[in-house]
Every structure is written in C-alpha cells, then in structure tokens.
Design a protein around this ligand. Structure first.
Ligand code: CP
Length: 363
C-alpha cells in the first residue's frame, strides 16, 4: 500500500507493525535521526488544524527530513480556481510524501489517484481521519490496555465526527466492544454501522443516556460537535443544548470506573469540563503527544526508510460506471467530477457505496 486514505485499509497486524515501530520512534524523537534525510513532506491543509499538521511536520523534522506546505488555501492558487487534481500534480514534484486535509469527502482518494508520491489522509470532511485512530490505539496500547478486551464508549457527535468513524473501524479490527452514545440525529452513520457488522462482525450497541453506559466503560472517547459540518437548517444552539447532557464533568465521572480512561481527539470545546484535566484518567493531552512517534513510524514505512515489507492495503470489489452516482454534495465526485473515475464499492451482500466518500448510492 502506497497511501493511507482510510483506516480500514489497514488490518490489525499492520497497525501493530506501525505501533512497534512507533515505540522505537519514541527514542528517535528525543535523540533526533537522519532516517528521512533528503526527503520532503508537503502538508496541504484546506481546513484548519493544530495537532495533525504540526505533529506531522514535527515528525518529519525529527526524522531529519524537510517540510513545506500551506495551512491556508486562501494563500494558494486555490483562490484562482486551480483544481485539487492539478494542485496534486504540482505538489508531487516538490515533495516525497503529501499529507492532505480537505473539506471534501474523498479528497485524499482523489489525491492518491493523481499523485506519484504517497498520500496520507489527515481528514476528509466527516469521512475519515486514519492517523488520529493510529494515535488513539497507540495511546491505549502504551497505557498497557489490551484493546481487544476493552469496552469503549464513543460519545457525542458521531454522525459528522470523522475521528469517531475511523476509531470505530480501528477498534473493530481488534475486536473491542463499542457503545455509541449519541443523541438522535447525531448517531453513528448507518453506512459505518453496516460495515462494522458486515466486515468486522463488530460488537457494538447504541445508547442515548451516557449514565446508562458509563459504569461499563474502560474508555470514554469524547467528540466535539462538528458545527462546521452541520446542515444549514439545523439550529446549532438547540443541538448544543441537547449535547449538554453528554458533557463530561467531575459529577458525571462519578459514574465511571476508577481506571476508566478519558480520551478526545481534540480540540475540546464544551464537551469536557476543564476541571477534568487534573483527573489522572484524562489522557487527551498525552494522546495528542503520541501523534508524533506514530506519524514518524507511518512516514518511515511509506517512504521505505525502514526494513519492513510495504503495507498491503485492502482489496475491495469496485465497479466502474459510465457516470458518477453519489449524491453527497461534499463528495469529490460532485466537486471535481472530471478528475476521478466514476466507481462504486460493491460489498458482498451489501448496498453499493461511493468508492470515495463511502456513502450509500443508488445505481
Ligand atoms: N485531532 C485533530 O485532528 O486535531 P486538529 O484539527 O487540530 O488537527
């Protein structure tokens, strides 16, 4: 596998391989390294980021490589209506690996289609955020938790939260049990639930009331409301009012086990009270720090800088069509239809899905 577009491209053995290498990278992170000397990372971010972009850049610098890129598309030829496809054709001449974040679902898949260098998805709309999941799972492993034995509560806006989607697949690959805790309208998308069931035989359930699930949980994984992705007709203040019942604070934590870890991909807004930061169970800042060794390991593998077999990637049944059929307005097939081949994923015994944004389509 040359690119990392979706976490479900990786199997458990491959994730373990990244985590073992990340353990070695903890040392190089402190001592410095020239493992990627002469290699250039491009970070092209069409959406805001603090952790993902800076940790990727830090990771490459600590490996002895160089970084270039942009954090504000308004300062690029994007404003002159240059297509994403053309941008990728340019950037792969300037760098050896490209990390992309974009507000279109499937943007990383489009980039991979046009790039001559590896592409890593740093978040594509509400679709996926695979390196966040690698960081999350690595954190649990580093904390000595056996992921396959855990019951993880994934809480909050699960509909639009890309970190939540990727995390569910990552946990499912290990066989962990999941409890999705979300209000009506913000539940885990049906497509994700279907894939969890069909492809992983995953153990999961959905509950509305956080207090109902808290005593069972080994991990509480909080998610912020993705207000930038909510439909225009939704009343954000009303959604916030509903989500207030899901807020984690010291009072709510009285229902949790003494060893229950609290995680969050960050940024945190209102969903975790500041007072919880001092609770030893709150590990979200440590989780964020782990993004550096994990991304060091991933880039070293994708750039063939370590003596390891390449990641294999998942073979999916894909059907090519005459024209695009995805109706998702933020899918790349709607935004740059001429720059990606029309194709759908056809899971065995499943409804066809867009090969780019993973939403169900009608053919
Ligand atoms: N977790 C995460 O993706 O954070 P940023 O948006 O700051 O990169």
């Amino acid at each position: 596998m040359r690119d990392l577009v979706r976490i479900d491209d990786l199997n458990r053995e491959e994730m373990e391989r990244i985590f073992r290498l990340a353990e070695d990278m903890e040392v190089l992170r402190m001592m410095g390294s020239d493992l990627c000397k002469g290699r250039i990372l491009a970070t092209i971010f069409y959406e805001p980021s603090t952790r993902t972009r800076l940790s990727f850049e830090s990771a490459m610098l600590r490996l002895g490589g160089e970084v270039l890129g942009f954090a504000d598309p308004q300062a690029t030829s994007f404003v002159k209506e240059e297509t994403l496809a053309d941008t990728i054709h340019m950037v792969c001449n300037y760098a050896d690996l490209i990390v992309i974040r974009h507000r279109w679902a499937g943007a990383a898949a489009l980039a991979a289609h046009h790039s001559s260098v590896p592409i890593v998805n740093a978040g594509d709309d509400s679709h996926q955020h695979p390196t966040q999941t690698l960081t999350d799972l690595y954190t649990l492993r580093k904390r000595g938790r056996r992921i396959e034995e855990l019951t993880v509560g994934i809480v909050g806006d699960l509909r639009y939260g890309r970190a939540a989607h990727s995390l569910a697949y990552g946990l499912a690959a290990y066989g962990a049990r999941m409890i999705f805790i979300a209000p009506e309208g913000l539940e885990m998308p049906e497509e994700v639930c279907w894939r969890l069931q069909a492809e992983y035989r995953a153990r999961f359930e959905t509950v509305r009331e956080p207090k109902e699930a808290l005593p069972e949980l080994d991990v509480i994984y909080m998610n912020r409301l993705q207000k930038e992705r909510l439909p225009q007709d939704l009343d954000v203040s009303e959604v916030r009012r509903i989500l207030a019942a899901y807020r984690l604070d010291p009072e709510m934590m009285k229902h949790a086990r003494p060893d229950c870890l609290v995680m969050h991909p960050l940024p945190r807004v209102e969903e975790i009270a500041r007072e919880l930061d001092a609770d030893p169970r709150a590990i979200y800042f440590e989780q964020s720090a782990n993004g550096v060794p994990v991304r060091m390991a991933l880039m070293a593998i994708l750039l063939n800088r370590v003596d390891q077999p390449p990641l294999r990637g998942k073979v999916r049944t894909v059907r090519h069509l005459e024209e695009h059929v995805c109706q998702n307005p933020v899918c790349v097939t709607q935004q740059e239809p001429n720059n990606v081949p029309p194709q759908i994923e056809e899971p065995v015994d499943g409804r066809p899905m867009c090969a780019y944004c993973s939403q169900w389509v009608t053919v």
